[in-house]
Write a protein of this length. Sequence first.
Lengths: 286, 274
Amino acid sequence: MIILFILPAFLVITFVFGVPLFRYAWMSMHTVSVMSGFEPIPNYGANWIRLFNDYRFWQNTIQTTRFAITSVTIELILAILIALVLNQNWKGRGLIRALSLLPWALPTTIMALGWRWIFNTPYGPIEKVASSFGFSPLNILSNPNIAWIATVITDVWKTTPFVALIILAGLQTIPNDLYEAFYLEGGKPTNAFFTITLPLIRPYIILGITFRLAQAFGVFELIQVMTGGGPASSTESLALYAYLNAMRFLDFGYSSTIMLGSFALLVFACSIAYFLFNKSKNRVTS
Amino acid sequence: MRGIINNRLIVILLMTWSLGPLLWQVYTSFATTNALVGIEIEETMRWTLDNYRQVLESDPPFHLYIINSTIVGIFSTLITIILALPASYSISKIKEKTRIISKTILLGAALFPYVLLFLGLLEYAREFNIGNNLLFLSIPYAALSMPLAILLMTAAFQDLPLELEEAATIEGMNIVQRLQYILIPLISPAMGSTAILVFLFSWNEYPIALTWISNTELLTLPVAIARLAGSSVYSVPYGAYAAATVLGSIPLLVIVLIFQRQIISGLTQGAIKG
């Protein structure tokens, strides 16, 4: 009986999450492209050798990591601040909470397009403000050195509400008595934050970070719509590179290799982060 | 914590930051191109409805994309709930050890950056010839939402007192009756939260819709918007873009304001129980 209940959901999950990964593993060992007429031809690891020597792949890895770490760090700091404010009792809190959720709820493509207009040179508001202060045009989206910062800002705008809600859930589990006792003992508010709040919301911070890092590592439509990966591939992400290989260069074998490679790097990065995190936790407790 | 942060200032900053870009889109959508590029013109020449006219009179009409997204959203939500409900009931009943393993696997799947799956999923579409079909597009959406849905609803089932179901069994109710008359009504808040999160995900999903749907009449809203932007990164028909983004945002604005409680409880329950 139980099996009958679980099986359909289990099958659907296996077919959507499991099978593609095995399929990628198989395709990454074959040439499946225009060159082979889309017939799989075994190539004995040529895709993987190409991946290791692919400058663009490693460049994209660095860019994607840079994007993910910068975005998630800023989001976390802002989210904690917002959650602290939303956790207090004041009039109109519910409405503010709902409105601040809007950026998260809108489709990414819609607001990626919106932000592209905001960063537009010379007609966007940022350039207008800059020029009214006498700056020369910033050319934000066409300057390879700073275009990625624009993508980070858009991502922070969009996903901070989500992180803030997770942190808020954590804050609401802390009983008020803890703070009262702390203040009775003569503790200061700033210290209360570091000795009570932060340690107690730690699991929520970890959850938020893990989830967001994984999502940011797979960033795709935000980049595709805002910059198309440019200028000079300076904002291209791994997912976008894999997409281009499959849909534009029609090289499915290599695209599969990129996706498996990205996934392996993500797992590797997560385990390092987890290891460092545990180490720092042990140091704090001892 | 009171006192160290100036609440009002932060709330004002937060609202400016969250809503500013949206209001800028609204402004842009009503402005003439001349006003946007900063040519000195009279006040009466600054405002226009042309952008909206242009979007609404396009072929296929813009509202079609909103309808398509809604269809996909409803189908995916139904499939997800129908499959996740029995699964989460069972997971809440199985042995502690098996349950923890199942939940860990589900959490891993929920965290997975699903965009990496698009090529594998596209192969299904080609193999079974099910691209360009909104109903079939709902199946991968349901599957991608399944891990989170099962986690949320399992937590809700586990929160119910055991005696409740025992009593119903003694009364002679079979498993379907127990679910139908007792358990499902009790977990309906969690079910509602799950449903609205799945709906939002499916409404907004991009990479899979992009690769599965090529028929312009079947495009979902996010893909239609991206296509609109597609051609050049530096072109300036931003008035029309803005009108499209405003129109595309209205359904979600309504959903968020009506269902904010369910959305927030879904996300926070996910964090607490997950």
